[in-house]
Ligand binder design. Structure first.
Ligand SMILES: Cc1cc2nc3c(=O)[nH]c(=O)nc-3n(C[C@H](O)[C@H](O)[C@H](O)COP(=O)(O)OP(=O)(O)OC[C@H]3O[C@@H](n4cnc5c(N)ncnc54)[C@H](O)[C@@H]3O)c2cc1C
Length: 397
């Protein structure tokens, strides 16, 4: 056991939300500790490919973005949080740019794609490695500051003290005025239990949510897990890979065994996933070589230029596995992807337990019961920033 260390703000998790919170708490003058389960790089955020939403289009606005979230959530999102999400979006993008993220540009502006459920082109991208670019910039900003990293230090116990919190993180005993929980969702663990495929990193196991619930924090929509409509189904090495939804934004369509379109390929995630499940149940799906259900994603309809600018990583992965998506259709089926619900938070990301904050996938309400693609990275940055700042201010009050 090492000696107890003491901080103003202790952040748990080093995905985009935890890194944003740690950087923001440091900028607000807080002494920051960052404890994470494995290496600082290990998280879901870095795997995100598609992009991040923000209403920069001329035919778009934060209000229109908010209306799309409300509709996609089947009117179940917390509109106070949604207004913060969409209202802070442009500022979050500019903050990321100041930290070194270079979003793909064209014609003097951002290259924007339309994502499922969106009424305008709103998705900013860094090629198809957007999450990698965002986490790298945030990590470098954290490492350039005064924060202390505790890698390989999973949160195992958390309890209130007269001055804040005491946490056991691996071998470390840590005290802090406030705590920001940013430990992500639980889809890897649930997929394992169900014997299903998941897009998630093995650290997405959900025990931090359980600790918060034991401390009395309220949660919402925790039962609602999201399937990514387009998991890779074949070849074997691509099983569980999340085929970026930007494939569909740039023209790919879903086809059944007879080569017919059976759904709006740019519908909300839950609708598209359900349409695939239904088509397979009707006997109109196809089978992979190892007997798994699938439908076709006709990626041959994507223009070469669009693919080279916005899908280079996806192309490399498939070509490396022996399939060229611009020459032949690929096989896809929904895979477990995202925890829609989570801990209840206010607009500063404080949970219902005072001094305990939550941001990113571990928090609920912003997406209601069905998240739109591209809004999770945004949520991480918008609410991570708010959580870090508010947690530092409360700790010093
Ligand atoms: C393959 C893939 C593609 C995606 N594409 C997109 C996209 O294009 N656009 C978009 O907006 N969203 C996308 N998402 C969703 C989005 O990336 C994630 O929901 C989001 O990044 C989650 O960020 P987070 O910081 O909340 O959690 P994570 O990034 O999952 O980070 C959680 C962190 O907590 C740590 N941790 C876990 N348990 C503990 C513990 N007990 N103690 C300490 N630390 C712990 C983990 O090691 C990790 O560092 C994608 C997700 C995946 C998996």
């Amino acid at each position: 056991m090492t000696a107890t260390a003491s901080f103003d703000v202790l952040v748990i998790g080093s995905g985009a939300s935890g890194l944003a919170a740690a950087v923001s708490a440091g900028n607000a003058g807080g002494r920051v500790g960052l404890a994470t389960k494995a290496s600082i790089q290990a998280c879901n955020s870095a795997k995100a490919q598609g992009g991040i939403q923000a209403s920069f289009g001329e035919d778009d606005s934060p209000e229109q973005h908010a209306a799309d979230v409300w509709k996609s959530s089947h009117e179940s999102a917390d509109m106070r949080l949604v207004e913060v999400l969409t209202g802070d979006a442009q500022g979050a993008i500019h903050w990321l740019e100041e930290l070194g993220v270079a979003f793909t540009r064209e014609n003097g502006g951002y290259r924007l794609a339309r994502c499922g459920g969106a009424s305008a082109k709103r998705l900013l991208q860094v090629g198809d490695r957007t999450g990698h670019a965002i986490t790298k910039a945030l990590r470098e900003a954290f490492e350039a500051g005064d924060g202390t990293l505790f890698a390989n230090s999973p949160l195992q116990a958390l309890e209130p003290t007269p001055n804040g919190w005491h946490a056991r993180c691996g071998e470390h005993e840590l005290d802090a005025g406030t705590v920001v929980l940013a430990a992500g969702g639980r889809c890897f663990k649930v997929a394992e239990e169900r014997g299903e495929l998941s897009t998630n990193h093995p650290n997405a196991t959900g025990e931090v949510t359980r600790l918060a619930l034991e401390l009395g924090a309220e949660a919402r929509d925790l039962d609602e897990l999201q399937y990514h409509p387009n998991g890779g189904a074949w070849p074997e090495t691509m099983q569980g890979y999340s085929i970026p939804e930007t494939t569909r934004a740039y023209g790919a369509v879903l086809l059944n065994a007879d080569g017919e379109e059976f759904t709006d390929s740019l519908g909300p995630r839950d609708v598209v996933s359900q349409a695939i499940f239904d088509e397979v149940a009707k006997g109109k799906g196809v089978e992979t070589e190892d007997g798994r259900p699938a439908v076709y994603l006709d990626t041959t309809r994507i223009a070469q230029d669009d693919a080279e600018i916005s899908l280079p990583y996806m192309l490399r992965r498939y070509r490396g596995a022996g399939i060229d998506p611009l020459e032949e259709r690929i096989l896809t089926y929904p895979v477990l992807h995202y925890q829609n619900g989570g801990l209840v938070i206010d607009t500063d990301a404080e949970t219902t337990v005072e001094g305990l904050y939550a941001c990113g996938e571990i928090a609920g309400g912003t997406h209601g019961r069905n998240r739109m693609m591209g809004n999770s990275l945004l949520e991480c940055c918008v609410f991570g920033r708010r959580a870090g700042r508010a947690a530092a201010e409360k700790a010093s009050a």
